[in-house]
Design a protein around this ligand. Structure first.
Ligand code: CDP
Ligand code: MG
Length: 374
């Protein structure tokens, strides 16, 4: 019999302000999908070929985009699917320490190369007591003070990383805690490549599923509270959005590397899943002005995006030049080293949004980091 994977999914319908439930079926043989409306007990989408969905993305806890609907995969639909796709999926906390925050792109490349995906990300700066709380298990160790001091000395990036055996895979990618030992014993590891010593050692990874649950809750609380705040500064800044298509094509690390290599300072970073109403509001000024407005809205809410605050004098202008012409085809002819020339596909899937008018830089940054992150 043909392979078929089944999921229970939820989709937030903004027009009706309702959560709708669908069964989603995926047939790997011809990468086709089918959807069944649970409440109304009828076929919602007849089996249709759909190449933008990949088997690696199908596991509970992840989101997939099916014809512009962002579906949350909330349960496996049958035991076969759970066994085949779900048994080894884990979530872990990957914390990028202050020594390599400027190399976040390289670290993401390592993560993606291991078939792990990043489902949440936020740049934050911990206070001394937050860092002490986070490392409470090491309270009695001789290195505790130095460790807490270092981790609270500058921005860090907390990420939720998901995938098969994510807990041990991410620790394996980091390598031994001491960077010198890592260089001897695991030369391909992140600590070998980017670490300095035993303290400045690139990152932290949860050491068990239980630790992962606690540590993820610390940075991304699911119930009350908000977790450590983002690092946006709201002055001399511009807003950059790595668009959902670029994220799902695995370009995030490359784009972040290009931005850093060009000398721009990323002063805040966070992943968002934008709903349609917010995407419309954010792009309001383009409505009736740019013919792609509706497609731009659809793209922005088609999956998670990564929003950056880029800081520095004149950044709205210089960063805009660095992004290049809105149309990647034109960019490839005229400005081949720009982000859109390198990573864009067409005028809508053009890799990044950047603030157009200098006076809007702060406003756009505020829209994400103050309003949506509120
Ligand atoms: O980070 P990991 O889980 O690999 O190591 P750990 O033993 O849980 O220690 C936590 C952190 O404390 C390490 O990442 C180091 O930054 C620091 N540490 C240290 O400075 N000196 C040690 N002898 C051991 C750990
Ligand atoms: Mg540890």
């Amino acid at each position: 019999m043909e392979d078929r994977f089944a999921f229970l999914t939820e989709w937030y319908d903004p027009t009706a302000a309702l959560l709708r439930r669908y069964q989603l079926f995926y047939y790997p043989k011809d990468s086709s999908v089918e959807m069944f409306d649970v409440k109304n007990q009828r076929i919602f989408l007849r089996r249709t070929k759909y190449d933008d969905i990949h088997q690696e993305d199908l596991f509970v806890g992840n989101r997939v985009n099916v014809f512009s609907r962002q579906l949350n995969l909330i349960e496996y639909g049958d035991q076969y699917t759970a066994n085949k796709l779900g048994s080894k999926k884990e979530r872990t906390l990957a914390l990028i320490k202050p020594d390599v925050v400027t190399k976040i792109g390289d670290v993401l490349e390592l993560i993606y190369s291991s078939n792990l995906i990043v489902t949440k990300a936020k740049m934050t700066k911990l206070t001394w007591s937050q860092a002490a709380d986070f490392y409470v298990e090491h309270q009695s160790k001789p290195f505790f003070n130095n460790l807490v001091q270092f981790v609270s000395s500058g921005p860090v990036v907390a990420m939720e990383v998901m995938g098969d055996e994510a807990v041990s895979l991410w620790r394996g990618l980091l390598g031994p805690a001491d960077s010198a030992v890592a260089r001897r014993e695991a030369p391909q590891s992140a600590r070998a490549q980017f670490g300095t010593d035993g303290i400045k050692n690139v990152g932290h990874g949860s050491d068990s599923l239980a630790a992962a649950a606690r540590e993820l809750e610390f940075f991304f609380p699911s119930t009350i509270g908000h977790g450590p705040s983002n690092t946006a500064i709201y002055s001399d800044c511009t807003c950059c959005i790595i668009k959902p298509h670029a994220m799902s094509e695995g370009l995030t690390g490359k784009i972040l590397n290009s931005i850093s290599a060009a000398g721009f300072e990323i002063s805040a970073l966070e992943m968002f899943s934008v709903d349609r109403a917010n995407a419309e509001e954010f792009y309001e000024v383009y409505k009736g002005v740019v013919s792609e407005y509706t497609s731009m809205v659809t793209e922005l809410c088609s999956g998670p995006c990564m929003v950056l605050e880029i800081h520095g004098t004149d950044t709205p202008q210089t960063f805009r030049d660095f992004c290049g012409p809105a149309d990647p085809e034109i960019a490839r002819h005229l400005r081949p080293t720009t982000l859109r020339a390198l990573y864009g596909k067409d005028r809508v899937k053009n890799a990044v949004h950047c603030t157009d008018l200098p006076e809007d830089g702060v406003l756009e940054v505020q829209y994400f980091f103050k309003i949506l992150d509120g």
